[in-house]
Design a protein around this ligand. Structure first.
Ligand SMILES: *[C@@H]1O[C@H](CO)[C@@H](O)[C@H](O)[C@H]1NC(C)=O
Length: 148
């Protein structure tokens, strides 16, 4: 095993920072452009989300609009049906973003994704949107996860 990988795994096991860049699909970001998506921890892809645990989602994006507001909307897509996926803080301006959002600026949206213990152990696609004042998407990303 590569020693760098070993150290990363060790950090993850210790619960320290080990953000992993994940592959995502853009599902229609019109008011912004997604640069990078990190999920912590997610050492293997698709991310394995342990029931009862919480994960950090960090979306780096740049805005193409000025907007005083941003609201997150999260769905889990199961068998093509989007099911609302509740997150504790819907206000993007309270999720690492300093509002008002200004065009041509880069932001890190950082949110917590709690995985409830009553969720079924299935594979699904998470669709995460951050909407501006006009409910257009600053970003819309999709990434697969496996609940374990
Ligand atoms: C979010 O990700 C970016 C890019 O990897 C990084 O520079 C930034 O420090 C991260 N923010 C947090 C709070 O983890």
């Amino acid at each position: 095993m590569d020693s760098r990988f070993g150290i990363l795994v060790l950090f993850c096991l210790m619960g320290l920072t080990c953000a992993d860049q994940v592959k995502f699909v853009d599902c229609g970001s019109v008011s912004g452009k997604v640069i990078q998506v990190d999920i912590n921890p997610c050492p293997t892809q698709p991310c394995h989300l342990q029931r009862g645990d919480s994960y950090t989602v960090n979306v780096t994006f740049s805005s193409v609009v000025d907007t005083p507001k941003s609201t997150a909307v999260v769905h889990g897509i199961v068998a093509a049906i989007p099911i609302p996926f509740p997150i504790p803080v819907e206000d993007g301006c309270k999720s690492g973003i300093q509002c008002p959002i200004q065009k041509q600026q880069m932001y890190h949206y950082v949110a917590t994704l709690p995985v409830k213990s009553e969720y079924p152990a299935i594979k699904l696609v998470v669709e995460w949107e951050l909407r501006d004042e006009e409910t257009k998407d600053l970003f819309c990303i999709k990434f697969p996860v496996q609940i374990v």
